[in-house]
Design a protein around this ligand. Sequence first.
Ligand SMILES: Cc1ncc(COP(=O)(O)O)c(C=O)c1O
Length: 397
Amino acid sequence: MKSERIKDLENTYVADTYARYDVALVKGLGARCWDAEGKEYLDFTSGIGVNALGYSDPGWVHAIENQASKIQHTSNLFYTEPCALAAEKMIKLSGMCNMFFCNSGAEANEGAIKTARKYSLLNYGEQYPPDAFDRYEIITLDGSFHGRTIATITATGQDSFHKYFSPFLQGFRYCKANDINSLHETVTEKTCAIMIEFIQGEGGVNDLTQEFVDEIARVCRLKDILLIADEVQTGVARTGEFMAYNHFDVKPDIVTAAKGMGGGLPIGGILFGEKTKNVLGHGDHGSTFGGNPVVCAGADYVLSKIDGDFLSHVRQSGEYFKQRLEAMDGVSGVSGIGLMIGVGLKDKTPAAVVNACLKSGLLLLTAKDKLRLLPPLIISRAEIDEGLDILEKTLKE
Ligand SMILES: Cc1ncc(COP(=O)(O)O)c(C=O)c1O
């Protein structure tokens, strides 16, 4: 089918909730993809941080095809091998205790919120008169993004997401990122959890400082407040460590993951630590498709590739990106860690640069007032140079 036909059909039959790029992609391999007319693109987006191994990695394709031909879905009333193996790898790589599979980042964060509230009720409920239990508040950061469901847009600390959809969920408070005074003002006796992205993705690839993270971790320890790491975008090797919290040397009580974990199929996970591993019991939580064998076979394959060399490739590639970007005319600053990179621009708007690069065959993302680069984790030095040459030329024009 020609691109124009694909676009016409989508514009007619799919609700208009996305400002799409004017491209219909039909195939991809590694860090490259093609539209229906055969135009080639080098991809610095990986489907917003999802295609960790690039497009259609042959081993990943084989894993899911093989699983689909054996058994494609069973429901969570049965055990399956891919679910068991993917969970084992997630837990061994993350150092957490056990996990729950779901289908997306927002769904993982919903489950994390439920877990935090149940933990608080189980541990502190008896100190309150019946119906007066109020230790359920969750603190998130200004500029954060946690998803699109009602609970997770409530958690999201950006007003632009709060238009139209009230009433929101009770029990969320917002703290200024990297502001220790604001943290102390926001934490109260009612706080049961603090949920953070160690690098805010949608909010503009904003880094948290070590000092701020240390203080959050200290306050959480002191008051038995659960630390929830939203690693939906930062997790599963994106930053050059398995999880972004590894850079900060803290141990969260709950971790949420999604995007890159599945390598391209819908998946989410809630990882539980010592305090939270037994909080959810039978009937407390569930998800029809969570832990689906085909999806988990893909995740198991992605996770089987993540070792010291893989992580070091991501770190070194990230350093190289930064080095070249920092030296470019038109760039005002570079943020992020590993292959999650924010690029501040001096004169041009991010949208103008993205559109010009698209015409030249390079796919980029924006995040607030920056360019955002989330290339596949397997990107080569030559591909980085090729894409950055296009970007550099575009910034000069
Ligand atoms: C940090 C973070 N949390 C949650 C989400 C929501 O994930 P999903 O779109 O899979 O629901 C995203 C998506 O971009 C994200 O970046």
